[in-house]
Write a protein that binds this ligand. Structure first.
Ligand code: DHE
Length: 510
């Protein structure tokens, strides 16, 4: 009887269609946690740039039923279905204007951990070079793993929706972690404590750390800026508004460090340009400006002079060769690629890369006398293998579905590449680095997404994610392919070994 009355009143309400304005529903139901301006608070920002990843009916489901293990409540009993639909449409709309997010706002957002005490040396006895971080997006945490015993030394909360690889200081002591909402968190692995965090952008793409460990560059979508932070105290060193030479504002596709060049290299998403931001004491004093199609000269007093290279096409993600002279870029349309020589500032070759390559996951290795680079494709069931001298495709390895990530290590004969999309998302291909044949396909958990691999320091073990809320990291013997351990984890998205990352192992991406 009671249920009848409730559903009748819901029906009457819905029929009267007498609802508040979408903005009012948002203010009443969401603003307290997600910010009156939709830019986040205790909860994440509710803007299309952040929500894009929640495809299909997922948003409606989260509003209706809440999110387990978070503070997000269920609204199914307080809002009628039409109001929930209205909210979904409202938060998917772009903001009418992007608020200023310059140096003042960024530094005002900085939160330093008052309880942080810097330890003299690691407070644990594991090999500091074999520590592996597991980013668990299921409950927004990171587990700090001993890479020999696989014990969890610490598990700490991160900002909501970490994306891209965390970046380590060259000594492997500190790590910087970025969330899609633009937060950059600094964590001290020796002390097992967060040092602090700062919101470097309102919606960000990825971060890079300079090879000397002094600077962290943050590539932002919102606003169209590049933020450079001091890695020491997360203060703001520079906020550069990103506009093409013709004044068109642009998001940044990605930023990476180029250690021998003492620069950050970034690709612009909305303008066919690639920028190089020098941070070293001796930037190549812009003698190149007039010979090349670079913009310059850059004032020498600028501690971060910028070189701007016009590219023949818009670049999405990109990848360097081991010398950092050549940049392999994927075109934004997802149907090809180009090689830019950073020394001369010109395109020198085209790449055959149809099917949206995910170059951020690219890896290289020695194949006979050649160095090859391989990348998965987000829209094609292949892995492209490219010779890095001729820039020709050596092979397109047929897989059981499109993939996101791949990894290898100097000390293993195999490449591990997961299938991410489609009915075979539980498959992990093991590929021989010399024959380029799939020699084994592991299926550790039927129908679960099995993705992203990281090796331990010596390459003896491969750690594979079971990418589910109640997922796991499975430790495999990288030689025998036998399972050794299974560690329960909450949707472990990426794993990052200190040694492999700080030595730029050829089997790992940037
Ligand atoms: Fe990523 C790395 C771009 C969607 C998980 N992803 C990267 C990098 C780029 C990139 C440029 C390299 C940055 C770095 O490490 O410094 N990702 C993109 C996209 O353009 C895309 C397709 C669309 C988008 O929404 O941005 C995208 N990525 C996703 C996801 O949906 C994934 C699967 C889940 C998630 O958490 O968002 C995802 N991306 C990752 C991970 C890495 C990553 C785990 C780091 C991989 C590594 O081993 O370094």
């Amino acid at each position: 009887m009671i249920r009848l009355i409730v559903s009748l009143s819901t029906a009457v309400l819905a029929a009267s269609a007498c609802f508040a304005e979408p903005a009012q529903i948002y203010q009443d139901a969401c603003a307290e946690c997600h910010g009156a301006d939709r830019l986040g608070g205790v909860g994440p920002a509710l803007i299309p740039e952040t929500l894009k990843r929640m495809r299909g009916p997922k948003l409606k489901d989260v509003i209706s039923n809440g999110r387990e293990a978070t503070q997000m409540p269920a609204f199914i009993d307080t809002l009628v279905e039409q109001e929930i639909d209205t909210l979904v449409t409202y938060i998917k709309k772009p903001l009418e204007s992007v608020p200023a997010w310059g140096p003042e706002e960024i530094i005002a957002s900085r939160v330093l951990n008052e309880d942080y005490k810097k330890a003299e040396a690691p407070i644990w006895s594991s090999d500091p070079m074999n520590i592996t971080l597991v980013v668990e997006t299921g409950d927004h945490s990171v587990s700090v793993l001993d890479g020999d015993t696989f014990d969890v030394l610490d598990r700490f909360p991160t900002p909501f929706a970490v994306h891209g690889g965390p970046k380590f200081t060259p000594d492997g002591r500190y790590v910087f972690i970025m969330s899609r909402d633009g937060w950059v968190q600094k964590y001290d692995i020796y002390s097992l404590q967060e040092v602090g965090r700062v919101r470097a952008g309102l919606n960000s793409r990825n971060i890079a750390i300079s090879h000397d460990g002094k600077w962290v560059a943050v590539a932002n979508y919102l606003p169209n800026t590049l933020t450079i932070l001091s890695s020491e105290d997360l203060s703001v060193a520079k906020v550069e508004t990103v506009k093409g030479k013709n004044g068109t504002p642009s998001r940044i596709s990605a930023v990476y460090q180029a250690p021998p060049r003492e620069s950050f290299v970034l690709a612009l998403k909305d303008v066919p340009e690639m920028w190089e931001v020098f941070y070293g004491p001796n930037p190549p004093q812009m003698g190149f400006a007039h010979d090349w199609r670079d913009e310059g000269p850059v004032p020498s007093e600028d501690p971060f002079p910028i070189r701007k290279i016009t590219t023949p096409d818009y670049l999405d993600d990109f990848f360097f060769d081991q010398t950092y002279e050549y940049v392999m870029g994927a075109s934004r349309s997802g149907d090809g690629g180009q090689v830019i020589d950073l020394v001369i500032g010109h395109k020198i070759a085209d790449l055959e890369l149809p099917g949206m390559p995910h170059l951020g996951s690219g890896i290289t290795w020695q194949m006979g006398d050649s160095t090859v680079m391989a990348t998965p494709h987000l829209k094609d069931s292949t892995i492209s293998v490219i010779d890095m001298k001729s820039w020709k495709t050596v092979k397109r390895i047929k897989t059981l579905g499109p993939g996101f990530f791949m990894r290898s290590h100097e000390n293993t004969n195999y490449v591990w590449a997961g299938v991410f999309f489609g009915p075979n998302k539980d498959a992990m291909h093991i590929i021989d680095k010399q024959t380029l044949e799939i020699v084994e396909t592991l299926r550790p958990v039927k129908d679960a997404t099995v993705a992203h691999v990281e090796f331990t320091r010596t390459g003896k073990y491969a750690l594979v994610s079971v990418w589910e809320d109640d997922g796991a990291v499975i430790v495999y013997d990288a030689e025998t392919l036998e399972e050794v351990r299974r560690l329960p984890m909450k949707k472990p998205s990426g794993k990052y070994n200190v040694w492999n990352k700080i030595t730029f192992s050829e089997g790992t991406s940037h």
